[in-house]
Ligand binder design. Structure first.
Ligand code: ATP
Ligand code: MG
Length: 595
Protein backbone atom coordinates (compact mmCIF):
# COMPACT_ATOMS: atom_id res chain seq x y z
CA UNK A 1 0.00 0.00 0.00
CA UNK A 2 1.28 3.42 -0.97
CA UNK A 3 2.07 5.86 1.81
CA UNK A 4 -0.04 8.97 1.49
CA UNK A 5 1.08 12.36 2.67
CA UNK A 6 -2.56 13.20 3.48
CA UNK A 7 -2.66 10.56 6.21
CA UNK A 8 1.00 9.73 6.93
CA UNK A 9 1.92 10.21 10.58
CA UNK A 10 4.33 12.99 9.77
CA UNK A 11 4.83 16.69 10.34
CA UNK A 12 7.88 18.12 8.66
CA UNK A 13 9.52 20.96 10.58
CA UNK A 14 10.78 24.24 9.16
CA UNK A 15 12.92 24.95 12.22
CA UNK A 16 16.06 23.09 13.22
CA UNK A 17 15.77 21.21 16.51
CA UNK A 18 17.71 23.10 19.18
CA UNK A 19 19.74 20.12 20.35
CA UNK A 20 20.99 18.90 16.96
CA UNK A 21 24.61 19.69 16.26
CA UNK A 22 25.11 17.73 13.03
CA UNK A 23 23.26 18.39 9.76
CA UNK A 24 22.14 14.81 9.17
CA UNK A 25 20.60 14.66 12.63
CA UNK A 26 18.82 17.99 12.07
CA UNK A 27 17.41 16.72 8.81
CA UNK A 28 16.27 13.36 10.23
CA UNK A 29 14.28 15.26 12.84
CA UNK A 30 12.98 17.96 10.49
CA UNK A 31 11.95 15.45 7.83
CA UNK A 32 10.06 13.41 10.40
CA UNK A 33 12.14 10.24 10.58
CA UNK A 34 12.97 10.30 14.28
CA UNK A 35 12.01 12.21 17.40
CA UNK A 36 13.82 12.50 20.65
CA UNK A 37 12.13 10.80 23.61
CA UNK A 38 14.94 11.46 26.12
CA UNK A 39 18.63 12.32 25.76
CA UNK A 40 20.10 9.60 23.55
CA UNK A 41 16.74 7.83 23.22
CA UNK A 42 14.80 8.11 19.97
CA UNK A 43 11.39 7.26 18.61
CA UNK A 44 11.28 5.95 15.05
CA UNK A 45 8.38 7.47 13.13
CA UNK A 46 6.88 5.62 10.14
CA UNK A 47 9.33 6.99 7.55
CA UNK A 48 12.30 6.38 9.83
CA UNK A 49 11.19 2.87 10.58
CA UNK A 50 11.08 2.13 6.84
CA UNK A 51 14.73 3.15 6.52
CA UNK A 52 15.71 1.24 9.64
CA UNK A 53 14.02 -1.86 8.26
CA UNK A 54 15.98 -1.48 5.02
CA UNK A 55 19.24 -1.48 6.96
CA UNK A 56 18.12 -4.48 8.99
CA UNK A 57 17.13 -6.27 5.78
CA UNK A 58 20.58 -5.81 4.25
CA UNK A 59 22.34 -6.89 7.41
CA UNK A 60 20.05 -9.91 7.86
CA UNK A 61 20.52 -11.04 4.26
CA UNK A 62 24.28 -10.94 4.47
CA UNK A 63 24.40 -12.66 7.84
CA UNK A 64 22.08 -15.40 6.69
CA UNK A 65 24.14 -15.76 3.50
CA UNK A 66 27.10 -16.92 5.59
CA UNK A 67 24.89 -19.31 7.54
CA UNK A 68 24.34 -17.27 10.70
CA UNK A 69 21.04 -17.93 12.46
CA UNK A 70 18.96 -15.18 13.99
CA UNK A 71 17.51 -15.39 17.47
CA UNK A 72 16.39 -12.88 20.08
CA UNK A 73 17.63 -12.55 23.62
CA UNK A 74 15.84 -10.33 26.09
CA UNK A 75 17.22 -6.88 26.81
CA UNK A 76 16.31 -7.26 30.48
CA UNK A 77 18.97 -9.57 31.87
CA UNK A 78 20.02 -11.20 35.14
CA UNK A 79 23.15 -10.04 36.90
CA UNK A 80 24.85 -13.41 37.45
CA UNK A 81 26.35 -14.07 34.00
CA UNK A 82 27.77 -10.55 33.89
CA UNK A 83 29.10 -11.04 37.40
CA UNK A 84 30.89 -14.20 36.26
CA UNK A 85 32.75 -12.30 33.53
CA UNK A 86 33.38 -9.28 35.77
CA UNK A 87 31.46 -6.99 33.44
CA UNK A 88 28.77 -6.12 36.00
CA UNK A 89 31.57 -4.01 37.52
CA UNK A 90 33.82 -3.34 34.54
CA UNK A 91 31.08 -1.67 32.55
CA UNK A 92 31.03 1.04 35.20
CA UNK A 93 28.57 3.89 34.79
CA UNK A 94 27.73 2.83 31.24
CA UNK A 95 25.60 -0.04 32.49
CA UNK A 96 21.89 0.47 33.17
CA UNK A 97 21.40 -1.52 36.38
CA UNK A 98 18.02 -2.07 37.99
CA UNK A 99 16.46 -3.99 40.82
CA UNK A 100 13.27 -6.02 40.59
CA UNK A 101 10.54 -6.07 43.26
CA UNK A 102 12.20 -9.00 45.02
CA UNK A 103 15.46 -7.12 45.22
CA UNK A 104 17.25 -9.10 42.49
CA UNK A 105 19.79 -7.15 40.45
CA UNK A 106 19.15 -6.92 36.74
CA UNK A 107 20.57 -4.96 33.84
CA UNK A 108 19.64 -3.75 30.40
CA UNK A 109 21.98 -5.57 28.02
CA UNK A 110 24.83 -3.41 26.68
CA UNK A 111 26.10 -6.38 24.60
CA UNK A 112 25.33 -10.07 24.89
CA UNK A 113 28.48 -12.22 24.88
CA UNK A 114 27.45 -13.81 28.17
CA UNK A 115 23.95 -14.77 27.04
CA UNK A 116 25.09 -16.31 23.77
CA UNK A 117 27.85 -18.24 25.53
CA UNK A 118 25.41 -19.68 28.07
CA UNK A 119 22.85 -20.57 25.41
CA UNK A 120 25.40 -22.60 23.47
CA UNK A 121 26.57 -24.20 26.70
CA UNK A 122 22.95 -25.15 27.43
CA UNK A 123 22.30 -26.88 24.15
CA UNK A 124 25.61 -28.12 22.75
CA UNK A 125 28.12 -30.63 24.08
CA UNK A 126 30.19 -31.94 21.19
CA UNK A 127 32.60 -30.80 18.49
CA UNK A 128 30.02 -32.27 16.09
CA UNK A 129 27.67 -29.40 17.01
CA UNK A 130 30.24 -26.81 15.91
CA UNK A 131 30.87 -24.48 14.25
CA UNK A 132 27.76 -22.42 14.86
CA UNK A 133 27.19 -18.68 14.46
CA UNK A 134 24.20 -16.86 15.91
CA UNK A 135 23.02 -13.28 15.73
CA UNK A 136 20.31 -10.91 16.88
CA UNK A 137 19.25 -7.37 15.98
CA UNK A 138 17.75 -5.75 19.02
CA UNK A 139 18.08 -2.67 21.20
CA UNK A 140 21.12 -2.36 23.41
CA UNK A 141 21.43 -0.04 26.37
CA UNK A 142 24.45 1.95 27.41
CA UNK A 143 24.33 4.99 29.63
CA UNK A 144 26.80 6.85 27.40
CA UNK A 145 28.56 9.79 29.02
CA UNK A 146 28.03 11.86 25.89
CA UNK A 147 25.05 10.81 23.76
CA UNK A 148 25.59 12.58 20.48
CA UNK A 149 24.07 13.51 17.16
CA UNK A 150 20.79 11.71 17.66
CA UNK A 151 20.96 8.11 16.57
CA UNK A 152 24.72 8.25 15.96
CA UNK A 153 25.44 7.70 19.65
CA UNK A 154 22.33 6.75 21.56
CA UNK A 155 21.76 5.33 25.00
CA UNK A 156 19.27 2.93 23.44
CA UNK A 157 20.36 1.75 20.01
CA UNK A 158 19.93 -1.25 17.77
CA UNK A 159 23.00 -3.38 17.28
CA UNK A 160 23.35 -6.47 15.18
CA UNK A 161 25.54 -8.69 17.26
CA UNK A 162 26.75 -12.05 16.04
CA UNK A 163 28.88 -14.64 17.83
CA UNK A 164 30.77 -17.58 16.39
CA UNK A 165 31.64 -20.77 18.24
CA UNK A 166 34.40 -23.07 17.08
CA UNK A 167 36.22 -26.02 18.49
CA UNK A 168 39.71 -24.66 17.79
CA UNK A 169 41.66 -21.56 16.76
CA UNK A 170 41.77 -22.51 13.09
CA UNK A 171 37.98 -22.67 13.15
CA UNK A 172 37.78 -19.27 14.82
CA UNK A 173 40.05 -17.87 12.12
CA UNK A 174 37.72 -19.22 9.42
CA UNK A 175 34.61 -17.85 11.17
CA UNK A 176 36.29 -14.48 11.58
CA UNK A 177 37.19 -14.28 7.90
CA UNK A 178 33.66 -15.30 6.92
CA UNK A 179 32.17 -12.55 9.04
CA UNK A 180 34.70 -10.07 7.74
CA UNK A 181 33.56 -10.90 4.21
CA UNK A 182 29.92 -10.41 5.17
CA UNK A 183 30.80 -7.04 6.71
CA UNK A 184 32.45 -5.88 3.52
CA UNK A 185 29.29 -6.82 1.60
CA UNK A 186 27.00 -5.10 4.14
CA UNK A 187 28.98 -1.86 4.08
CA UNK A 188 29.31 -1.91 0.29
CA UNK A 189 25.52 -2.11 0.11
CA UNK A 190 24.86 0.57 2.73
CA UNK A 191 26.65 2.95 0.41
CA UNK A 192 28.93 5.12 2.53
CA UNK A 193 32.67 5.50 2.29
CA UNK A 194 34.31 3.17 4.84
CA UNK A 195 37.62 1.61 5.82
CA UNK A 196 38.49 -1.49 7.80
CA UNK A 197 41.12 -0.61 10.41
CA UNK A 198 43.07 -2.46 13.07
CA UNK A 199 41.36 -1.86 16.38
CA UNK A 200 41.99 -2.06 20.04
CA UNK A 201 39.96 -4.84 21.64
CA UNK A 202 39.42 -2.76 24.78
CA UNK A 203 37.03 -4.05 27.41
CA UNK A 204 35.86 -6.90 25.18
CA UNK A 205 39.05 -8.85 25.78
CA UNK A 206 40.54 -11.20 23.25
CA UNK A 207 43.07 -10.52 20.56
CA UNK A 208 42.67 -9.73 16.85
CA UNK A 209 40.07 -7.14 16.07
CA UNK A 210 39.12 -4.77 13.29
CA UNK A 211 36.72 -1.87 13.05
CA UNK A 212 34.79 -0.69 10.04
CA UNK A 213 34.78 3.09 10.15
CA UNK A 214 32.53 5.30 8.06
CA UNK A 215 34.83 8.06 6.82
CA UNK A 216 33.38 11.33 8.15
CA UNK A 217 35.07 14.55 9.25
CA UNK A 218 32.69 14.83 12.19
CA UNK A 219 33.48 11.28 13.35
CA UNK A 220 34.69 10.69 16.88
CA UNK A 221 37.36 8.16 15.91
CA UNK A 222 40.67 9.08 14.32
CA UNK A 223 42.44 6.59 12.14
CA UNK A 224 45.75 6.47 10.32
CA UNK A 225 46.80 5.01 7.00
CA UNK A 226 50.08 4.52 5.22
CA UNK A 227 50.94 3.82 1.59
CA UNK A 228 51.35 0.08 2.23
CA UNK A 229 47.64 -0.40 2.98
CA UNK A 230 48.05 -0.41 6.76
CA UNK A 231 45.10 1.30 8.45
CA UNK A 232 44.47 1.52 12.18
CA UNK A 233 42.38 3.36 14.70
CA UNK A 234 44.78 5.67 16.57
CA UNK A 235 43.78 3.75 19.71
CA UNK A 236 45.41 0.67 18.24
CA UNK A 237 48.56 2.27 16.83
CA UNK A 238 51.64 0.93 18.58
CA UNK A 239 54.79 2.81 17.68
CA UNK A 240 58.03 0.83 17.82
CA UNK A 241 59.44 0.73 21.34
CA UNK A 242 63.23 0.97 21.56
CA UNK A 243 64.49 -0.67 24.76
CA UNK A 244 67.15 0.95 26.93
CA UNK A 245 70.26 -1.11 26.15
CA UNK A 246 71.74 -3.02 29.06
CA UNK A 247 75.18 -3.56 27.63
CA UNK A 248 77.69 -0.92 28.62
CA UNK A 249 79.24 -0.30 25.18
CA UNK A 250 75.85 0.36 23.61
CA UNK A 251 74.96 2.68 26.46
CA UNK A 252 78.18 4.67 26.10
CA UNK A 253 77.62 4.97 22.38
CA UNK A 254 74.12 6.33 22.98
CA UNK A 255 74.93 9.01 25.53
CA UNK A 256 78.65 9.03 26.32
CA UNK A 257 79.12 12.21 24.29
CA UNK A 258 76.18 14.08 25.83
CA UNK A 259 76.74 16.78 28.48
CA UNK A 260 75.82 16.04 32.07
CA UNK A 261 72.39 17.05 33.28
CA UNK A 262 72.21 20.42 35.06
CA UNK A 263 69.46 22.20 36.94
CA UNK A 264 68.78 25.83 35.94
CA UNK A 265 66.55 28.50 37.40
CA UNK A 266 63.53 29.12 35.15
CA UNK A 267 61.23 31.38 37.15
CA UNK A 268 57.54 31.59 36.17
CA UNK A 269 57.61 28.85 33.56
CA UNK A 270 54.71 26.56 34.47
CA UNK A 271 53.76 25.96 30.81
CA UNK A 272 55.70 24.54 27.88
CA UNK A 273 55.43 27.87 26.06
CA UNK A 274 56.84 29.96 28.93
CA UNK A 275 59.56 27.35 29.45
CA UNK A 276 60.68 27.46 25.80
CA UNK A 277 60.81 31.27 25.87
CA UNK A 278 62.81 31.33 29.11
CA UNK A 279 65.19 28.62 27.89
CA UNK A 280 65.92 30.57 24.71
CA UNK A 281 66.38 33.84 26.63
CA UNK A 282 68.51 32.60 29.50
CA UNK A 283 69.97 29.22 28.50
CA UNK A 284 70.44 29.25 24.71
CA UNK A 285 71.57 26.07 23.02
CA UNK A 286 75.21 25.84 22.06
CA UNK A 287 74.49 24.47 18.57
CA UNK A 288 72.84 27.70 17.43
CA UNK A 289 69.32 26.36 16.95
CA UNK A 290 66.53 27.51 19.22
CA UNK A 291 64.81 25.42 21.87
CA UNK A 292 61.36 24.25 20.80
CA UNK A 293 58.53 22.50 22.60
CA UNK A 294 59.78 19.24 21.07
CA UNK A 295 62.91 19.50 23.24
CA UNK A 296 60.91 19.46 26.43
CA UNK A 297 59.66 16.43 28.29
CA UNK A 298 56.16 16.98 29.60
CA UNK A 299 54.98 14.86 32.52
CA UNK A 300 51.22 14.63 32.72
CA UNK A 301 49.62 13.15 35.82
CA UNK A 302 46.10 11.72 35.56
CA UNK A 303 43.92 9.79 37.97
CA UNK A 304 42.81 6.30 37.00
CA UNK A 305 39.55 5.16 38.50
CA UNK A 306 39.31 1.37 38.51
CA UNK A 307 35.95 -0.43 38.23
CA UNK A 308 36.02 -1.24 41.95
CA UNK A 309 36.37 2.47 42.69
CA UNK A 310 40.06 2.50 43.64
CA UNK A 311 41.92 5.56 42.44
CA UNK A 312 45.46 5.31 41.13
CA UNK A 313 47.54 8.22 39.88
CA UNK A 314 49.49 7.66 36.68
CA UNK A 315 52.24 9.86 35.23
CA UNK A 316 52.87 9.94 31.49
CA UNK A 317 56.04 11.35 29.97
CA UNK A 318 55.88 12.64 26.41
CA UNK A 319 57.45 15.30 24.19
CA UNK A 320 56.18 18.78 25.10
CA UNK A 321 54.94 19.51 21.59
CA UNK A 322 52.39 16.69 21.84
CA UNK A 323 49.30 16.15 23.96
CA UNK A 324 48.07 13.03 25.67
CA UNK A 325 45.50 11.56 23.27
CA UNK A 326 42.56 10.79 25.54
CA UNK A 327 41.28 7.94 23.37
CA UNK A 328 44.64 6.22 23.07
CA UNK A 329 45.15 6.52 26.80
CA UNK A 330 41.65 5.30 27.66
CA UNK A 331 42.00 2.30 25.37
CA UNK A 332 45.17 1.25 27.14
CA UNK A 333 44.00 1.70 30.71
CA UNK A 334 40.49 0.31 30.14
CA UNK A 335 38.46 -0.80 32.07
CA UNK A 336 39.84 1.94 34.33
CA UNK A 337 38.53 5.42 33.56
CA UNK A 338 40.67 8.52 33.32
CA UNK A 339 39.96 11.58 35.43
CA UNK A 340 41.95 14.78 35.82
CA UNK A 341 44.43 15.05 38.67
CA UNK A 342 42.84 17.74 40.79
CA UNK A 343 44.21 20.30 43.25
CA UNK A 344 43.12 18.07 46.13
CA UNK A 345 45.12 15.20 44.63
CA UNK A 346 48.22 17.41 44.46
CA UNK A 347 47.85 18.02 48.17
CA UNK A 348 48.27 14.30 48.76
CA UNK A 349 51.55 14.29 46.84
CA UNK A 350 53.65 17.19 48.13
CA UNK A 351 56.64 15.98 46.08
CA UNK A 352 54.79 16.98 42.90
CA UNK A 353 55.66 20.58 42.01
CA UNK A 354 52.79 21.58 39.75
CA UNK A 355 54.13 22.93 36.47
CA UNK A 356 57.63 21.64 37.25
CA UNK A 357 57.08 17.88 37.54
CA UNK A 358 60.06 15.83 36.40
CA UNK A 359 61.08 12.17 36.29
CA UNK A 360 63.09 12.72 39.48
CA UNK A 361 60.08 12.06 41.71
CA UNK A 362 58.06 9.80 39.40
CA UNK A 363 58.10 6.03 39.28
CA UNK A 364 57.16 3.33 41.71
CA UNK A 365 60.57 3.48 43.39
CA UNK A 366 60.88 7.22 43.73
CA UNK A 367 59.49 9.93 46.04
CA UNK A 368 55.87 9.93 44.89
CA UNK A 369 55.58 6.22 44.14
CA UNK A 370 53.40 7.24 41.18
CA UNK A 371 53.63 4.77 38.29
CA UNK A 372 55.50 6.49 35.47
CA UNK A 373 55.13 5.44 31.83
CA UNK A 374 56.88 6.93 28.83
CA UNK A 375 55.58 7.35 25.33
CA UNK A 376 57.94 5.55 22.90
CA UNK A 377 58.76 8.91 21.30
CA UNK A 378 60.96 9.43 24.37
CA UNK A 379 63.67 7.11 23.06
CA UNK A 380 66.68 5.89 25.04
CA UNK A 381 69.56 8.33 24.67
CA UNK A 382 67.33 11.33 23.94
CA UNK A 383 68.12 14.47 25.99
CA UNK A 384 65.39 16.67 27.44
CA UNK A 385 64.54 19.84 29.26
CA UNK A 386 62.08 18.91 31.97
CA UNK A 387 60.82 19.80 35.42
CA UNK A 388 63.33 19.70 38.30
CA UNK A 389 60.54 19.05 40.85
CA UNK A 390 61.00 22.46 42.39
CA UNK A 391 59.00 25.57 41.59
CA UNK A 392 60.86 27.76 39.09
CA UNK A 393 63.48 25.17 38.15
CA UNK A 394 64.07 22.89 35.20
CA UNK A 395 66.72 20.35 34.46
CA UNK A 396 68.54 20.46 31.10
CA UNK A 397 70.26 17.63 29.20
CA UNK A 398 68.41 14.97 31.12
CA UNK A 399 68.97 11.76 29.15
CA UNK A 400 66.53 8.88 29.04
CA UNK A 401 68.33 5.72 30.12
CA UNK A 402 71.28 7.56 31.63
CA UNK A 403 69.57 9.97 34.02
CA UNK A 404 66.09 8.56 34.32
CA UNK A 405 63.98 5.55 33.49
CA UNK A 406 60.29 4.79 33.78
CA UNK A 407 58.18 1.85 34.93
CA UNK A 408 57.16 1.04 31.37
CA UNK A 409 55.72 2.29 28.09
CA UNK A 410 52.37 3.80 27.17
CA UNK A 411 51.36 4.74 23.63
CA UNK A 412 49.63 7.94 24.58
CA UNK A 413 50.99 10.87 22.55
CA UNK A 414 48.82 12.39 19.83
CA UNK A 415 49.70 11.04 16.42
CA UNK A 416 50.27 13.59 13.69
CA UNK A 417 49.91 13.66 9.96
CA UNK A 418 53.36 12.82 8.57
CA UNK A 419 54.58 10.77 11.56
CA UNK A 420 56.58 7.73 10.49
CA UNK A 421 54.37 4.68 10.06
CA UNK A 422 54.87 1.87 12.57
CA UNK A 423 55.11 -0.49 9.59
CA UNK A 424 58.28 1.31 8.53
CA UNK A 425 56.61 2.12 5.20
CA UNK A 426 56.62 5.88 4.79
CA UNK A 427 54.46 8.24 6.79
CA UNK A 428 50.97 8.32 8.23
CA UNK A 429 47.96 10.25 7.02
CA UNK A 430 45.09 10.94 9.40
CA UNK A 431 41.34 11.00 8.90
CA UNK A 432 38.24 10.74 11.03
CA UNK A 433 35.46 8.23 11.08
CA UNK A 434 32.50 6.76 12.89
CA UNK A 435 32.71 3.18 14.10
CA UNK A 436 30.08 1.23 12.19
CA UNK A 437 31.16 -2.29 12.92
CA UNK A 438 33.61 -4.14 15.08
CA UNK A 439 34.78 -7.72 14.70
CA UNK A 440 36.77 -9.54 17.36
CA UNK A 441 38.47 -12.82 17.88
CA UNK A 442 37.48 -13.24 21.50
CA UNK A 443 39.25 -16.56 21.88
CA UNK A 444 38.33 -18.35 25.10
CA UNK A 445 37.76 -15.36 27.38
CA UNK A 446 33.98 -15.78 27.74
CA UNK A 447 33.90 -19.55 27.22
CA UNK A 448 36.38 -19.92 30.05
CA UNK A 449 34.61 -17.56 32.43
CA UNK A 450 31.28 -19.30 31.86
CA UNK A 451 32.53 -22.86 31.40
CA UNK A 452 31.60 -23.43 27.76
CA UNK A 453 33.40 -26.65 26.79
CA UNK A 454 32.69 -29.41 24.31
CA UNK A 455 34.12 -32.87 23.74
CA UNK A 456 36.61 -32.91 20.89
CA UNK A 457 37.23 -35.77 18.46
CA UNK A 458 39.34 -37.60 21.05
CA UNK A 459 36.71 -37.32 23.74
CA UNK A 460 38.65 -34.60 25.54
CA UNK A 461 36.90 -31.52 26.94
CA UNK A 462 38.07 -28.35 25.17
CA UNK A 463 37.13 -24.73 25.74
CA UNK A 464 35.21 -23.24 22.82
CA UNK A 465 36.79 -20.46 20.72
CA UNK A 466 34.52 -17.48 20.20
CA UNK A 467 34.30 -14.49 17.90
CA UNK A 468 32.03 -11.49 18.29
CA UNK A 469 30.82 -9.25 15.49
CA UNK A 470 28.79 -6.05 15.93
CA UNK A 471 27.15 -3.56 13.58
CA UNK A 472 25.49 -0.33 14.63
CA UNK A 473 22.13 -0.62 12.88
CA UNK A 474 20.50 2.58 14.11
CA UNK A 475 23.88 4.31 13.84
CA UNK A 476 24.01 3.31 10.17
CA UNK A 477 20.88 5.40 9.53
CA UNK A 478 22.60 8.33 11.25
CA UNK A 479 25.77 7.92 9.22
CA UNK A 480 23.90 7.71 5.93
CA UNK A 481 21.99 10.87 6.86
CA UNK A 482 25.27 12.66 7.68
CA UNK A 483 26.88 11.58 4.43
CA UNK A 484 23.87 11.84 2.08
CA UNK A 485 22.27 15.25 2.23
CA UNK A 486 22.54 18.77 0.85
CA UNK A 487 21.44 22.18 2.09
CA UNK A 488 17.75 21.50 1.57
CA UNK A 489 17.32 17.96 2.72
CA UNK A 490 18.23 14.32 2.81
CA UNK A 491 19.26 12.42 -0.32
CA UNK A 492 18.86 8.70 0.36
CA UNK A 493 20.82 6.10 -1.53
CA UNK A 494 18.29 3.85 -3.27
CA UNK A 495 19.03 0.87 -1.06
CA UNK A 496 17.92 2.75 2.05
CA UNK A 497 15.24 5.13 0.79
CA UNK A 498 11.98 4.74 2.75
CA UNK A 499 10.18 4.26 -0.61
CA UNK A 500 11.34 3.97 -4.22
CA UNK A 501 9.53 7.01 -5.59
CA UNK A 502 7.82 10.12 -4.27
CA UNK A 503 4.83 11.00 -6.49
CA UNK A 504 3.85 14.65 -6.08
CA UNK A 505 0.43 15.69 -7.37
CA UNK A 506 0.19 19.48 -7.76
CA UNK A 507 -2.64 21.86 -8.63
CA UNK A 508 -6.32 21.86 -7.97
CA UNK A 509 -7.38 19.99 -11.09
CA UNK A 510 -9.16 16.74 -10.16
CA UNK A 511 -7.68 15.04 -13.22
CA UNK A 512 -4.19 15.55 -11.79
CA UNK A 513 -4.89 13.67 -8.59
CA UNK A 514 -6.74 10.99 -10.51
CA UNK A 515 -3.75 10.49 -12.80
CA UNK A 516 -1.36 10.47 -9.85
CA UNK A 517 -3.47 7.78 -8.18
CA UNK A 518 -3.52 5.78 -11.36
CA UNK A 519 0.27 6.00 -11.78
CA UNK A 520 0.75 5.08 -8.13
CA UNK A 521 -1.32 1.94 -8.54
CA UNK A 522 0.53 1.01 -11.74
CA UNK A 523 3.90 1.52 -10.08
CA UNK A 524 2.94 -0.58 -7.10
CA UNK A 525 1.78 -3.31 -9.45
CA UNK A 526 5.37 -3.32 -10.74
CA UNK A 527 6.71 -3.73 -7.21
CA UNK A 528 7.76 -0.09 -6.86
CA UNK A 529 6.98 1.41 -3.44
CA UNK A 530 5.41 4.87 -3.49
CA UNK A 531 4.95 7.88 -1.24
CA UNK A 532 2.07 9.85 -2.81
CA UNK A 533 1.64 13.53 -1.98
CA UNK A 534 -2.12 13.73 -2.33
CA UNK A 535 -2.70 16.60 0.10
CA UNK A 536 -5.56 18.61 -1.39
CA UNK A 537 -4.93 22.08 -0.01
CA UNK A 538 -1.18 22.27 0.03
CA UNK A 539 0.70 24.47 -2.44
CA UNK A 540 3.12 22.97 -4.98
CA UNK A 541 5.94 24.94 -3.34
CA UNK A 542 5.35 23.32 0.02
CA UNK A 543 5.04 19.88 -1.56
CA UNK A 544 8.33 20.29 -3.42
CA UNK A 545 10.07 21.52 -0.28
CA UNK A 546 8.83 18.51 1.65
CA UNK A 547 9.90 16.13 -1.10
CA UNK A 548 13.38 17.67 -1.09
CA UNK A 549 13.56 17.46 2.69
CA UNK A 550 12.38 13.83 2.84
CA UNK A 551 14.94 12.88 0.21
CA UNK A 552 13.46 10.02 -1.82
CA UNK A 553 15.92 9.78 -4.75
CA UNK A 554 13.27 9.78 -7.50
CA UNK A 555 10.42 12.30 -7.56
CA UNK A 556 7.59 12.09 -10.09
CA UNK A 557 5.64 15.34 -10.47
CA UNK A 558 2.13 15.09 -11.86
CA UNK A 559 0.87 18.62 -12.45
CA UNK A 560 0.58 21.38 -15.03
CA UNK A 561 2.28 19.36 -17.79
CA UNK A 562 -0.50 16.81 -17.74
CA UNK A 563 -2.53 19.05 -20.05
CA UNK A 564 0.19 18.40 -22.66
CA UNK A 565 0.36 14.71 -21.79
CA UNK A 566 3.55 15.03 -19.75
CA UNK A 567 4.81 14.40 -16.24
CA UNK A 568 8.15 15.42 -14.75
CA UNK A 569 10.77 13.01 -13.48
CA UNK A 570 13.19 14.57 -10.98
CA UNK A 571 16.43 13.24 -9.67
CA UNK A 572 16.81 14.40 -6.05
CA UNK A 573 20.59 14.06 -5.95
CA UNK A 574 21.45 16.05 -9.08
CA UNK A 575 18.40 18.28 -9.00
CA UNK A 576 17.81 17.60 -12.70
CA UNK A 577 14.34 17.09 -14.12
CA UNK A 578 13.05 15.83 -17.42
CA UNK A 579 9.61 15.72 -19.01
CA UNK A 580 8.28 12.25 -19.78
CA UNK A 581 5.14 11.39 -21.75
CA UNK A 582 2.58 10.31 -19.19
CA UNK A 583 2.12 6.98 -20.92
CA UNK A 584 5.84 6.20 -20.48
CA UNK A 585 5.99 7.39 -16.89
CA UNK A 586 5.72 3.99 -15.19
CA UNK A 587 8.40 2.49 -17.39
CA UNK A 588 10.70 5.49 -16.84
CA UNK A 589 10.31 5.32 -13.07
CA UNK A 590 10.88 1.57 -13.02
CA UNK A 591 14.06 2.06 -15.06
CA UNK A 592 15.31 4.73 -12.61
CA UNK A 593 14.50 2.70 -9.54
CA UNK A 594 16.16 -0.44 -10.84
CA UNK A 595 19.21 1.40 -12.21
P1 ATP B 1 32.04 3.38 20.36
O1 ATP B 1 33.54 3.28 20.40
O2 ATP B 1 31.52 4.18 19.20
O3 ATP B 1 31.44 3.76 21.67
P2 ATP B 1 31.95 0.62 20.94
O4 ATP B 1 33.34 0.26 20.58
O5 ATP B 1 31.58 0.81 22.34
O6 ATP B 1 31.52 1.92 20.11
P3 ATP B 1 30.96 -1.99 20.26
O7 ATP B 1 30.78 -2.46 21.63
O8 ATP B 1 32.08 -2.47 19.45
O9 ATP B 1 30.95 -0.39 20.27
O10 ATP B 1 29.56 -2.16 19.52
C1 ATP B 1 29.39 -2.61 18.17
C2 ATP B 1 28.77 -1.54 17.31
O11 ATP B 1 27.59 -0.97 17.88
C3 ATP B 1 29.70 -0.35 17.10
O12 ATP B 1 30.59 -0.63 16.06
C4 ATP B 1 28.72 0.76 16.75
O13 ATP B 1 28.42 0.72 15.36
C5 ATP B 1 27.48 0.39 17.52
N1 ATP B 1 27.34 1.24 18.71
C6 ATP B 1 28.07 1.17 19.85
N2 ATP B 1 27.66 2.09 20.72
C7 ATP B 1 26.64 2.76 20.15
C8 ATP B 1 25.78 3.82 20.57
N3 ATP B 1 25.90 4.36 21.77
N4 ATP B 1 24.84 4.26 19.70
C9 ATP B 1 24.69 3.71 18.49
N5 ATP B 1 25.46 2.69 18.05
C10 ATP B 1 26.42 2.22 18.85
MG1 MG C 1 34.06 -1.11 19.33
Amino acid sequence: MALRMSTLFLRTLREDPADAELPGHRLLVRAGYVRRAAPGVYTWLPLGLKVLEKVKGIVREEMEAIGDQELAFPSLLPREPYEATNRWEEYGDNLFRLTDRKGADMLLGPTHEEMFTLAVKDLYTSYKDLPVSLFQMLPKYRDEARPRAGVLRGREFVMKDAYSFDVDEAGLQRSYEKHRGAYVRVFDRLGFDYVAVHADSGAMGGSASEEFLAVMDSGEDTFVRDASGYAANVEAVRMPVVPVPSDEAARTELWGHLPAAHVEPTPDTPTIETLVDAANASHPRTDGRAWTAADTLKNVVVMLVHPDGTREPLAIGLPGDREVDAKRLEAQVSPAEVEPFEAADFEQYPALAKGYIGPGVLGEERATGIRYLLDPLVTPGSAWVTGADEHGKHVFDLVHGRDFTADGTIHAATIREGDPSPTGEGTLTLARGVEMGHIFQLGTKYAEALGLKVLDENGKLVTVQMGSYGIGVTRAVGVVAETHHDEIGLVWPRALSPVDVHVVATGKDAAVLEKAEELTAALEAQGVSVLLDDRPKVSPGVKFKDAELIGVPTILVVGKGLADGEVELKDRASGTARAVPVDDAVEAVVAEVRS
